[in-house]
Write a new protein. Structure first.
Length: 668
């Protein structure tokens, strides 16, 4: 993946500064060791994700990356220090591949994004001291560690926007490189170095390999003219963001380049969008390759084990065959071996060394002495190696001939016993290999590569909590204090019903009757909805009492001397109770004014869709549960992980396996 050039960074920074200045910092994430994502909220626009990859890229993105369940230290520190801060400015440092994001919360902070070499992301305090770097690094002139003062790298190269002809002359005069290398190594990179020379050639032919010190006055003047013609586009913000493609060559640039004449060009509204399409597509491929490699590693582990086990079993069979054969050879040459053993034992009794015995037998073999014809060698322990019928066998002269043969037969018996265990192990490994291959196939089908997040045109009720009862009556609830206010003040009519869980911290719930009559079924389902979207869920309750009243009983006027916080209301008069409403919800895709994701009571989901997941308060984090739900109910990529997380209750949850097992049993 190509790293962004200084020109790319200038363009991106200009757009980001216009887009994010004043934005509120939300959560930060670290999907991989080199990528940090900062989420912002922009008034009138909503959520914007900024992707920063060390040494590579920085741009807004609509392709949400999968985050680890347990966030690493760096994004957690960003959340602690700067969540809720407002962006003051986003600037490029001296036309270098360094970006400074300044934010203000209780005090000023700076996020430095280094995009040169392997890169880094560093959080600084208001005194320019390092709070925490993503990567600790030490150079001869810089120490990127906590509590150290941050030092920018030594300035090098030129600023093509402001460079004068005199400065250009000095640059060429002091360079010992050719023209193209001198430009490339001074903040321009090979692409823009080549582009400048191509544009200068419209005025005067200049060979890019000309030594910089040999350039003429007119050539330098024309190069200076080409630089300013090219980079006036940056200063005047004449951007034409585009992805260019020809054969296998593909690039993303901020404006039209002569070098890319004849290339297929796809234009975008802004450079951030162009970079998002260019880089995210490559990241998607990388993610798929990485995950496939991880699965292949698991498969290879079992394949290697199986191969080793099969080789071991094969060796056992060879041992059985060879050992039995050697035992038979000993018996079939009983007399010959016995005569040679007698000769050896006789020599031993006369205090001959094994070395002397071996030397004597070799001499006898040369002289064709019958007993010595089968002799091969004798080791320092006195064990004879004989060759009989093209078979090499070992004979211990201290043992009888049957005892020597029994050693081989016993070896064959032991190997035979081991074959049973080896065969069982092979069968187990084959089963495990089949399982892991099947899991790989399923995993690769559902591989979670980033999908583009498209801003949806939500219905008014989708901005709240909502569901449709089994009687097709819409029920809405607040998501927070602000929407609780809206539910009552903006959306509740005189003939509706107001519900609230009888516990501190719950959604204001309204049944939109719209001419329908309330019945026990509607109240039961609405009660479960109100109970589930209350603190009863995070407390792990299985049931919760819920009360309901008529709209005229709900008021924002407190008792004398009391104060009502935003989202709270006073209830006048008698309350009607729904006792022990179940704290449980189901999630599925329903067809209500079009297909959309709905979270509500089980009875409502059973009525409106076939495929849904039932949840109860539990111990699993939202992201993990959301991934499971996404794989189970997603139809035609209609919903995203974020869509599911958004409709879940506040707090951890688990799948209600008991419910699903019972339904499966009833179906069968």
């Amino acid at each position: 993946m190509k790293p962004m050039s200084n020109v790319d960074i200038f363009t991106i920074t200009d757009e980001l500064n216009n887009l994010l200045t004043g934005a509120r910092v939300d959560k930060s994430f670290q999907p991989t060791k080199d990528i940090v994502v900062m989420r912002f909220h922009v008034a009138g626009t909503g959520r914007i994700d900024l992707v920063m990859e060390c040494g590579k890229r920085i741009h807004t993105s609509k392709y949400p990356l999968e985050n680890p369940i347990n966030p690493p230290v760096f994004p957690m520190l960003l959340r602690k220090r700067i969540k809720g801060a407002n962006v003051v400015s986003i600037t490029q440092h001296n036309f270098d591949r360094i970006i400074e994001i300044k934010v203000k919360k209780d005090k000023y902070y700076t996020i430095v994004v280094e995009l040169f070499d392997k890169g880094n992301i560093i959080l600084l305090d208001e005194d320019n001291n390092i709070i925490l770097p993503l990567k600790r690094k030490r150079f001869s002139d810089r120490d990127i560690s906590s509590k150290k003062e941050y030092q920018f790298p030594e300035e090098r190269g030129i600023d093509p926007i402001s460079i004068s002809e005199t400065e250009l002359k000095e640059l060429f005069a002091s360079s010992d490189k050719d023209l193209v290398r001198t430009l490339a190594m001074n903040n321009l990179g090979s692409l823009y170095a080549e582009e400048i020379i191509k544009r200068a050639n419209e005025f005067e032919e200049i060979d890019k390999h000309t030594p910089s010190a040999d350039l003429s006055e007119s050539q330098i003047a024309n190069l200076n003219k080409a630089i300013h013609l090219l980079f006036d586009n940056l200063q005047e913000e004449h951007f034409k963001p585009q992805i260019v493609k020809k054969d296998s060559k593909e690039d993303v640039v901020a404006f039209d380049l002569v070098k890319y004449d004849g290339f297929e060009k796809t234009y975008f509204d802004n450079f951030n969008e162009a970079c998002d399409e260019f880089y995210s597509k490559k990241v998607n491929t990388d993610i798929k390759n990485i995950k496939e490699a991880a699965w292949n590693k698991k498969v290879n582990k079992f394949e290697k084990r199986l191969k080793l086990q099969e080789e071991t079993l094969d060796n056992f069979h060879k041992t059985i065959e060879t050992s039995q054969h050697k035992g038979e050879v000993i018996y079939s040459n009983y007399t010959t071996i016995e005569n040679l053993v007698k000769v050896v034992n006789n020599a031993i009794s006369k205090d001959y060394s094994y070395k002397e015995i071996g030397k004597t037998l070799k001499e006898a073999k040369k002289n064709c002495l019958k007993e010595a014809e089968i002799f091969e060698s004798i080791d320092k322990m006195g064990v004879l190696t004989l060759k009989l019928n093209e078979t090499s066998i070992n004979i211990n002269p201290k043992l009888t001939i049957p005892e020597n043969a029994e050693i081989y037969y016993e070896k064959a018996k032991k190997a035979k016993k081991k074959t049973k265990g080896a065969t069982i192990a092979i069968e187990n490994t084959k089963k495990q290999l089949e399982k892991i291959k099947a899991k790989k196939e399923v995993a690769m089908e559902h591989i979670s590569v980033p999908k583009k997040r498209v801003k949806k045109n939500l219905k008014w009720y989708e901005k709240l909590r909502w569901f449709v009862t089994s009687d097709n009556v819409l029920v809405i609830g607040g998501r927070d204090a602000g929407t609780n206010e809206a539910v009552v003040k903006k959306y509740m009519d005189n003939n509706d019903i107001y519900l609230h869980a009888d516990i501190h911290g719950a959604t204001s719930t309204v049944i939109k009757l719209e001419g329908n009559k309330v019945n026990d079924s509607i109240l039961k389902e609405s009660g479960e909805f109100a109970a589930s979207f209350s603190t009863a869920w995070s407390k792990g309750f299985t049931t919760q009492d819920v009360f309901w009243v008529n709209p005229e009983q709900v008021t924002k006027t407190p008792e004398a001397g009391e104060f009502l916080p935003k989202g709270s209301f006073v209830i006048r008069g008698n309350r009607n109770y729904i006792r022990s409403a179940k704290v449980r919800i189901a999630i599925g895709i329903v067809d209500y004014e079009g297909k959309r994701l709905m979270a509500g009571p089980v009875d409502a989901l059973e009525t409106h869709c076939d495929n849904f997941i039932v949840l109860k308060p539990g111990y699993t984090k939202k992201t993990a549960i959301a991934k499971k739900i996404l794989h189970e109910i997603n139809e035609d990529d209609l919903i995203t992980l974020d869509d599911i997380i958004r409709v879940l209750p506040s707090g951890k949850c688990d799948v209600d396996e008991e419910y699903h097992l019972r339904k499966k049993y009833e179906k069968n």
